[in-house]
Ligand binder design. Structure first.
Ligand code: SER
Length: 320
């Protein structure tokens, strides 16, 4: 893999994945792209940056050809809570970007990475130790897109031999670009609240266990899967991956250990409550461990140290 296009590079994951890939493959070999490059202009300082809408297949294909791209990381997504506000738009964006990625990849012999999510599961899925291969009947449009995307990606692999790979990401916790419109966003926002105001109002009820992961592990998951020996992959779309599972009062306690005056209260959002209740408490990610060596490094304690340090420094410099 030599020339990579990151579509949706301005988003929560894309904004950190792009520099990560550039460190590995070289600045000029990783092309960043987004529908609106205003917020991610700095990605254009180190390497190529292209502005286009992933739903515009013509422009998308032109960029792939211009840079002789051989791998597409499709990071375009409208997340779960936003999706419920406009399901038709969520389908159009999430499936449209994927379908274009697959068709353009097929025409140009590229590999494709697309994240799936814990959102691909639903209320009839076993909640504890959720198996790799199990019932998937999501009740959100985001989840419906993710399951459809997994199946479509496997279909392109089986039918056309396209090299498609994917992980089911849990909530991703990070400190560069804020997520937006997701159900797991609280686990990012709580750290900003802790640093800026020493308080946070949680939109999920106490006791809501969800899988989570710190961004450095998520970046390694993308690259390690894409670099994995295809002969060892029994699965492709998509692998359960997790690094930790906690509920709101546990992340609150981890912050209070470091900032004793921090307080948290609850103002439960009914949409997020219903969505989170339909997702697993914790997944079994043993297939990812066996097939391509998934091995996360960060847990709630080490992540909390790092998040508070990084966000604290940004706050001290007046950046947030
Ligand atoms: N973080 C996503 C969301 O909450 C889940 O993949 O929508």
């Amino acid at each position: 893999m030599k020339r990579i296009l990151v579509v949706g590079a301005g988003g929560q994951i894309g904004s950190e994945l792009t520099p990560h890939l550039r460190n590995i493959y070289g600045d000029s070999n990783v092309i960043a792209s987004d529908i609106n490059c205003c917020a991610c202009k700095q990605l254009g300082e180190a390497g190529p940056l292209e502005e286009f809408d992933a739903l515009d297949g013509k422009k998308f294909a032109e960029v792939v050809k211009k840079y002789k791209v051989d791998a597409i990381y499709n990071m375009v997504a409208l997340l779960s809570a936003t999706g419920e506000k406009n399901p038709q738009l969520a389908w159009k964006i999430n499936m449209g970007a994927l379908l274009n990625s697959l068709d353009i990849a097929l025409e140009n012999k590229c590999a494709v990475f697309t994240p799936s999510s814990i959102g691909a599961f639903g209320p009839s899925t076993p909640m504890d130790n959720t198996p790799q291969d199990t019932v998937m009947r999501p009740t959100t449009i985001y989840g419906v897109c993710k399951v459809s995307g997994e199946m479509l990606s496997d279909y392109y692999f089986q039918r056309f031999g396209l090299d498609t790979r994917s992980v089911r990401f849990p909530g991703i916790i990070s400190n560069v670009t804020l997520p937006g419109g997701g159900t797991t966003d609280y686990a990012v926002e709580i750290y900003y609240g802790a640093i800026k105001e020493k308080k946070f109002t949680c939109p999920l009820p106490q006791g809501t266990f969800l899988d989570m992961m710190y961004m450095p592990d998520a970046l390694n998951a993308c690259v390690d899967l894409m670099e994995a020996d295809p002969c060892k992959l029994v699965h492709r779309n998509s692998f359960n991956v997790s690094a930790m599972s906690f509920e709101p009062s546990q992340i609150m306690a981890a912050i209070q250990k470091r900032i004793p005056e921090f307080i948290m209260d609850y103002d439960v959002d009914p949409v997020k409550k219903a969505i989170s209740a339909s997702w697993p408490n914790y997944m079994d990610d043993s297939c990812a461990r066996e097939e391509w060596g998934w091995n996360p490094k960060w847990n709630l304690e080490t992540m909390t140290d790092d998040m508070l340090k990084v966000i604290g420094e940004k706050h001290a410099k007046g950046l947030i």
